[in-house]
Design a binder for this molecule. Structure first.
Ligand code: 6PG
Length: 252
């Protein structure tokens, strides 16, 4: 099931996303005793993390029961200003009363191939443990994602090898257009989530958003099309500027 909610401006999108985060956390903690979330990088999520760490929201989440992962990371040390982990710490995690052992960051300071291998190992250990369960999947309760103007999400960039990987949860790749390495979860891992929330704002994203949501299937051109939870909910929270080229959307 996929839902697209259009809000008048980016602030209302961020507020709606914060409310979704809180209700997803509450539901997961009530039913399973913990909330497993994958965070994203980028500017749009930063505003969300700041709102979640505000007096209004911080106490609404039972942080000791929250487990934090990331959808992608830049190949930089954890204290680097480009690090997605660093951004989330500064905006939210430093304020959230939770044990450091609940935070599973991608080790961006390592060689990217090693970083991906290590994160794959940690994720499999976390989700699969010693269970003999036939189905193995990264069952995040919530995955937060942004989308770039080129239709990328996480570090799944157009025409990159990670789009074709089905047997791994985490890979590293050199992204030519950035002239940089990235470590990213694969669609295989992301699509195991119970809930996936895209947050997209601004008119510059309107053309890609239209192609991703209402265009022909072109996942190599618009990788965000690959995000289709196998057994979960997909929700797009967008502002009216980003939605300006979409037909038939709903305003909550
Ligand atoms: C990253 C992200 C990336 C991001 C989009 C949108 O590490 O950069 O995970 O996929 O979400 O590029 O970013 P903005 O919200 O800043 O436009």
């Amino acid at each position: 099931m996929s839902v697209i909610d259009v809000y008048p401006d980016s602030q209302s999108v961020i507020r709606a996303a914060a409310n979704r985060f809180v209700s997803a956390a509450e539901a997961a903690i009530t039913t399973r005793g913990r909330f497993i979330v994958a965070l994203s990088g980028g500017n749009t999520p930063r505003a969300l993390y700041k709102l979640l760490s505000s007096d209004e929201f911080l106490a609404l989440v039972e942080w000791t029961k929250v487990y934090v992962f990331w959808g992608d990371e830049r190949v930089v040390p954890p204290d680097h200003r480009a690090s997605n982990y660093h951004m989330a710490r500064e905006a939210l995690l430093d304020y959230a009363p939770m044990p450091m052992s609940n935070i599973y960051r991608i080790p961006g300071e390592l060689d990217p191939v090693q970083a991906a291998d290590l994160y794959e190992f940690k994720m499999r250990d976390f989700f699969e443990g010693r269970s003999e369960s036939a189905e193995s999947r990264a069952r995040f309760d919530l995955v937060l994602l942004g989308m770039g103007e080129d239709g990328h999400t996480a570090s799944l960039f157009p025409h990159t090898p990670a789009l074709e990987v089905h047997d791994r949860w985490v890979v590293s790749q050199y992204v030519e257009k950035l002239k940089a390495w990235r470590v990213t979860l694969t669609p295989e891992a992301l699509n195991g989530a119970a809930n996936i929330l895209f947050i997209v704002t601004g008119e510059k994203k309107a053309p890609a958003l239209q192609r991703v949501l209402q265009g022909e299937p072109e996942p190599h051109e618009y990788p965000a099309q690959l995000i289709q939870p196998r057994d979960g909910n997909l929700m797009w929270l967008v502002d009216s500027a980003a939605a300006s080229l979409l037909a038939n959307t709903s305003n909550p």
